[in-house]
Write a protein that binds this ligand. Sequence first.
Ligand code: HEC
Length: 238
Amino acid sequence: MKSFVLILAALLAGPAIASSGHYPLEKAPVDLANTVSLQRGAATFGSYCSGCHSLGYMRYSRLTDIGLTEAQIKQTLLPAGAKLGDTMGIPMRPEDSKAWFGVRPPDLSVEARSRGADWIYTYLRTFYRDDTRPTGWNNLVYEKVGMPHVLFTLQGEYALNHESAEGHGAGALIKVKDGQLSPAEYDALIGDLTNYLAWVSEPAQASRVRMGFFVIGFLLIMLVVAYALKKEYWRDIH
Ligand code: HEC
C-alpha cells in the first residue's frame, strides 16, 4: 500500500516538475469569457509574436468568436495578401528561421495545452540578460532558450540575482533597466496574451462548458422524472 501511494505521488508530481524546470510557476489569469482580454491578447500576438510563431490550427475568420468583426480583423490582424479563411501562418521560411535561431519557432496552436497556461505566463515574464547565450537572453523556466526576449522594450531588462538561491522563486531576478510598462502593466499584458493562447488551444472550450452544464441539468431533471415514474409503476406492487 505504501509503495502504491509513493508511485502515485511520483506519477502526479513528475510532469509538473519536468515541465517547470524547478522554477515555481505562477497562476495565469485565464478567463475565456473575457473577450476584451482575448482581443488584447490577439492584438499583442499579432504585433510581437506572429512574425515567428504560427497558429496553424486557427483561422483569421474564427476571431469573430472573440467579438471582433470581419472588418476589424482585416484592418488590424490580417497580413497583406492573406484571406479571412486562411490559417495563421508565418511570413518566414522554415529554413531561414532554423538558420537564424538554431531552432524553428514552434507552432503555438496547442501550446497552452502541452505546456499549460501557467507555464506560458511565467515563461514570458522570466527572461533575463545572459551574455553567454547567442541571443543575449536566457529564461528561468526554459533554460538556454533559443528565443530572444522580444518584449524587453516593454518589460525592461532583468539580470540573474546571484545573491538569491539561484533561479528559485521570487527575487531570482533583479531589474537592471526600466521598460515602457510598469511591472503591473506588463503582467496584465502577458495575462491577456496567455489568455488568448489558452483560447486558441481550445476555441470551443467555453461552449463545451456551457453544453456540460446543460447536459448535467437535463440529466438531473430526467432523474426526477424517472424516479416519479418508477414510484408510479411500483405503487400497486408495494
Ligand atoms: C524572433 C522570433 C521570435 C519571436 C518574435 C517570438 N518567438 Fe517565441 N520562440 C522563438 C524560438 C526560436 C523558440 C524556440 C526556442 C527553443 O526551443 O529554444 C520560441 C519558443 C517559444 C515558446 C516555447 C515553445 C516550447 O518549446 O514549448 C513560447 C511559449 C513562445 N516562444 C511564445 C512566444 C510569444 C508569446 C511571442 C510574442 C510575444 C513570441 N514567442 C515571439 C522565436 C520567437
